[in-house]
Ligand binder design. Structure first.
Ligand code: SF4
Length: 283
């Protein structure tokens, strides 16, 4: 059940032409897979459809961009007032993202909340990075930029993976992966849901198929706002064969549906929160 066995069953996909994203496989909620059909055949693009999805995207962008910016600053030796510069960078990312997302989704009433959340996250990430840099420099006063980056950021941010061996997209991006292998991370906002683990199983398989390195542990980091500020929880779990099988079964099911090219029926037990009700029931 390792991704590098992509050329044999059960890893081998039905098709190398119909490439799926890990997210669409893991997060599909429709009992007949009509949600995937609508996204692919009707909307024909993946766009944020609710303010909650938009919020999650903004938070991802802030975290990934601030880590990348901090690394760049370490290499350039620009460590003075790094924390303040990162916070203001985080705020400008929020504004840019709100601007581009408002073209697709009505953010009225949510923009301020996303802004506030973005500010808290930016502060948290900036302070954490600054503290880590100070800790490493106090322990190794003569450390060079490369050593500092390795110790402060021992993970690849937005790791790019070509998932085609497994019938997955050629441009997958895992939120983060430990540079020495073995762990894959994902950042989520909102409630813990079962499919979050499946998504990491998908990334683990894809990393194994492309980089030929085992990934045994998944970590979902939940970032939310609690009554007393940010609430950050980690769910750490093994990427078991069960999770891997489940992910592959769903991949096969979706590929088969798309190969047959037959519109799936409306489900008899639609989840209340399905975003595609208006496409299935009108209104
Ligand atoms: S509304 Fe029902 S049938 Fe339509 S995509 Fe959602 S769950 Fe599926």
């Amino acid at each position: 059940m390792r991704g590098w066995n992509w050329h044999q069953s059960p890893l081998k996909p039905y098709s190398y032409e119909i490439l799926l994203s890990v997210w669409e496989i893991a997060s599909r909620i429709c009992p007949t897979n009509r949600d995937v059909w609508i996204r692919r055949k009707v909307l024909k693009k993946s766009i944020p459809t609710t303010p909650y999805i938009a919020k999650g995207i903004v938070i991802h962008r802030i975290i990934a961009s601030l880590f990348k910016e901090a690394k760049k600053n370490v290499y350039l030796g620009q460590l003075d007032s790094l924390r303040d510069r990162l916070i203001s960078k985080g705020m400008s990312i929020v504004e840019d993202e709100l601007g581009s997302m408002s073209k697709y989704v009505d953010l009225k009433g949510f923009s301020d909340e996303i802004r506030e959340f973005g500010k808290e996250i930016s502060k948290y990430v900036a302070v954490s990075i600054e503290n880590k840099i100070m800790e490493v420099r106090s322990k190794y006063p003569f450390i060079d930029e490369e050593g500092l980056v390795n110790l402060v950021f021992p993970f690849a941010i937005e790791l790019i993976i070509d998932g085609r061996f497994l019938g997955l997209s050629s441009y997958l991006r895992a939120d983060a992966s430990w540079v020495f292998g073995g762990l894959v991370y994902d950042i989520k906002t909102g409630y813990k849901l079962k499919w979050h683990k499946l998504q990491l199983a998908g990334y683990a398989l894809a990393i194994e198929s492309f980089y030929e390195r085992p990934v045994d542990i998944g970590v979902v980091i939940y970032v939310n706002r609690g009554l007393q500020g940010l609430k950050i929880e980690k769910e750490i779990f093994p990427i078991t064969d069960d999770l891997r099988s489940k992910f592959l079964e769903l991949r096969d099911e979706l590929q088969m549906m798309l190969i047959k090219d037959k519109e799936p029926p409306i489900a008899s037990n639609c989840p209340k929160y399905c975003l595609f009700r208006k496409y299935c029931y009108g209104g």
